[in-house]
Design a protein around this ligand. Sequence first.
Ligand code: BGP
Length: 458
Amino acid sequence: MKYAFPDNFWWGSASSALQTEGAREGETTWDYWFAREPNRFHNGVGPQQTSTFYQNWKTDIQLLKQLNHNSFRTSISWARLIPDGIGEVNPEAVDFYNQVIDELNEQGITPFITLFHFDMPMAMQELGGWENRDVVDAYARYAQICFELFGDRVLHWFTFNEPIVPVEGGYLYDFHYPNVVDFRRAATVAYHTVLAHAKAVQAYRAGHYAGEIGIVLNLTPSYPRSQNPVDVKAAHIADLMFNRSFLDPVLRGEYPADLVALLKSYDQLPACKPEDGFLIAEGKIDLLGVNYYQPRRVKCRDSAVNPQAPFMPEWFFDNYEMPGRKMNPYRGWEIYEPGIYDILVNLRDNYGNPRCFISENGMGVENEQRFIENGQINDHYRIEFISEHLTWLHKGISEGCNCLGYHMWTFIDNWSWCNAYKNRYGFIQLDLETQQRTIKKSGEWFAATALNNSFEKE
Ligand code: BGP
């Protein structure tokens, strides 16, 4: 069977500044945390050891071309552009991003640019990070500077990548700096991130720039163990906390009333100002990036909550391990291809079918060297992973979902936060020692699919 995609479908991949650039200038929370606790990072490999995009951007863009990308998302590093977050702009950073953007455009690869991909400047974190409204203002200024500098040639902007992740990692589950466990502080960080997003959208609208602005959210559909009302309720609350806490403000311009009521009843609401509501309403986007890796399966809690334990989302549900689920054992994430379809249908039916695209999907695998055949990694499992997801994506489009493209995580194996180089995601293999790049089988498969705007599958 042949799966053909609409004309001008975006084929490409995503990456981020901190995970690829190297040659760090301007300290981020990652540099700071790594210097103090290198043991928190797989094999003690930190954010300086990357695929050196800062030096290799030109040849890497050639590789993107070889993969037949017509679009590519990366991020600007706030700390590189404005080292202290709020002061002078670094002219070398401006040159670097100008060169990258110009080269992408010249090669016929549309640049998609994210403004914040987990990389808080340390100077801003010292002020309290997203807990401090001054940092919200500093971010809005940074966003405006980016629009002014690059907005004539970048037509697709994203305020944040997966904004819930720094909330979870930094303020609930201890996998990002500042390693706090405190729900109300987490809620404040999430709330201020939405305000920062809305301020950037406001600035973009006010400047009448040529392109469009959106956000990239990791949507993890919440599936209840069963249709028993207590399981359904558990899934609903997980959905409110992890998906709708960002999805509703950016698409509907307001928070779900039942999320607000729930947090209020547990005295976990962040401090709000009366004018915030108007600002949030102005944060509605033009384009939604959807990152999809895994579903969330939940059931009603089996045990009572320990009254001494800190308030957590898990007060309302237990995670559920569905028997027979398909796993990516290296990352510990379930693989559930229909999830991509369910997300699109939810957007179509409940959010007015917004313009959207899959901005990340991918599979991190350990020790891919064992799959080398004739000098090339034969990652047939990744080809299967992509083509299975694409068939569900195709079904969504054929049923009217407004999905405009598919980007993979990622183009060259890169540094993955605390997992460093444990799991590899790239279309292109990176030899960390020599920095040599070799296209994997999946890269060739993707290049052919992008070229044909279609693929065939039994
Ligand atoms: C997404 C992030 C990426 C990337 C990817 C893979 O959540 O946007 O930055 O890293 O996940 O996840 P990980 O690196 O944790 O394996």
